[in-house]
Design a protein around this ligand. Structure first.
Ligand SMILES: Cc1cc2nc3c(=O)[nH]c(=O)nc-3n(C[C@H](O)[C@H](O)[C@H](O)COP(=O)(O)OP(=O)(O)OC[C@H]3O[C@@H](n4cnc5c(N)ncnc54)[C@H](O)[C@@H]3O)c2cc1C
Length: 419
């Protein structure tokens, strides 16, 4: 497949854009692969890409029950950050930000990674202490955290209500300058194209309906397009993890499925050039290149596989938005949608060998799996290729729940709604 470049852009412009080739093939499934990846979201596609690129394993199929981008990879609010407290999280998410910084070049595909920063507003002295502690941990871990005063916030984000009469007065904010946003569906398409170019078969409209077993060993999958055998089967189906793993006889995992909603307004002139979060509740917002405000809040708060949201959370998110930016009260909301989240019990992902021989599992991404996409794919590929986790994801294996070695970033315990 041809490289994308200025030259190819000009050549195709002159020929009326008739000669662009599809970015990935539409192959029929082969009877057998070295590796099958179940789930063609960001994580499955990134895993296939890095299996081929880093480990030379190209006899790989990604099986997607719908179309690429139909899951959470195409439903999220596109925030990329690594502003964490615990060393395991900082190491993992910083690794991801580093991969993001070179991703468009690595994929030869513009994922529109924009390092516009993220600002967490603090609304009480106790919350400020908490954020400053997190900023210090980030700096100790080699990352970037900067404390801003209200006067500095006023310059950076005009429109934030900084008055002392505000319902939740702002006392300062933690800025991570290297954080930002990326174009979510371009990430799926870029990884798909990169994997396809290296020989990976991406098979859409192919639902996994069961697993082939030889005793305990997983030896392949049953699909809506027939049985396919594989030496290794990797599952990366995000919010569908419970349902898919049940097909393999695993009916207890430390995750719950919850709905999370996202919202988009009409386009406005550019007025906020960073991601802003509201600490008086749970709200995160950025302005897209088209001018729309893209934002989200908390989980809907009950278990569901429905990809649509509920009114009480819409009302909660809108009231938080207006508390943070009173001048937006009359802006019209254009669209909202939901996605199904795989919430782990400690708020930290699972990238692991097992739980059955021949099987590998990637899940538990909670609100934050988009930013993790490159690192998750890189480390899951390593784990599959070498049959053992890399030192960065060694703390993220499934057995941490048996060992009591949970990574409880928010100190909230086994309460998905609070992570
Ligand atoms: C509203 C919302 C906002 C979010 N905002 C952010 C954010 O700002 N920043 C951030 O970092 N994260 C965010 N996230 C989280 C992030 O989107 C997810 O954690 C991440 O995308 C999950 O990984 P994935 O891309 O592989 O998932 P998905 O794209 O969901 O991929 C899983 C795929 O598996 C497929 N599948 C399921 N069952 C089967 C089967 N039986 N056979 C074959 N295929 C199957 C699905 O069709 C799906 O395409 C948000 C999520 C939502 C819903």
């Amino acid at each position: 497949m041809a490289e994308y470049s200025l030259l190819s852009l000009l050549k195709n412009a002159w020929s009326g854009n008739r000669d662009w080739k599809p970015a990935w093939r539409k192959p029929d499934p082969k009877p057998e692969y070295d590796v099958i990846i179940v789930g063609g979201g960001g994580h499955g596609l990134a895993t296939a890409f890095y299996l081929a690129k880093e480990h030379g394993i190209t006899n790989v199929a990604v099986l997607e029950k719908g179309w690429l981008g139909s899951g959470n990879i195409g439903r999220n609010t596109t925030i990329v950050r690594s502003n964490y407290l615990l060393p395991e999280s900082i190491r993992f998410y910083d690794f991801s930000v580093k991969l993001w910084e070179n991703l468009s070049h690595e994929l030869n595909y513009n994922v529109m990674f924009s390092q516009r920063g993220i600002l967490n507003l603090a609304h009480s002295p106790a919350q400020a202490d908490d954020y400053i502690r997190r900023g210090n941990a980030m700096r100790h871990g080699g990352g970037d955290g900067v404390w801003l005063t209200p006067a500095e916030i006023a310059k950076k984000v005009p429109g934030v209500d900084l008055s002392q009469n505000a319902r939740f007065p702002v006392v300062g904010g933690l800025l991570q300058p290297r954080a930002g946003t990326a174009r979510h569906d371009a990430v799926a398409w870029g990884f798909a194209r990169g994997a396809d170019r290296r020989g990976v078969d991406i098979i859409e409209n192919c639902e996994v309906t069961g697993f082939l077993r030889d005793g305990d060993n997983v030896t392949g999958v049953k699909t809506s397009r027939g049985e396919i055998r594989a030496k290794k089967v990797a599952v990366a189906v995000a919010g569908s993890t419970g349902r898919v793993m049940r097909l393999a006889g695993i009916d207890r995992l430390p995750i719950e499925s919850h709905v999370l909603q996202a919202f988009v307004t009409e386009s406005l002139k550019p007025f906020v050039d960073t991601v802003v979060t509201f600490g008086g509740g749970h709200l995160y917002m950025s302005q897209s290149d088209k001018g729309s405000l893209v934002f989200g809040g908390d989980l809907d708060g009950y278990n569901s596989y429905a990809q649509r949201g509920n009114l009480p959370v819409v009302e909660e998110v809108m009231s938080e938005m207006v508390a943070m930016f009173p001048s937006l009260a009359r802006v019209r909301l254009l669209r909202s949608w939901g996605g199904v989240m795989d919430m782990s019990m400690d708020g930290t992902p699972i990238i692991t060998t097992g739980p059955l021989p021949g099987m590998y599992l990637n899940t538990g991404w909670c609100y934050g799996g988009f930013k993790a996409t490159p690192a998750s794919g890189w480390l899951f590929a390593w784990t599959i290729a070498k049959n053992t986790p890399h030192e960065i994801n060694a703390p993220f294996t499934l057995d941490r729940f048996h060992r009591g070695a949970i990574i409880d970033e928010k100190g909230q315990g086994a309460t998905p709604k609070l992570h």
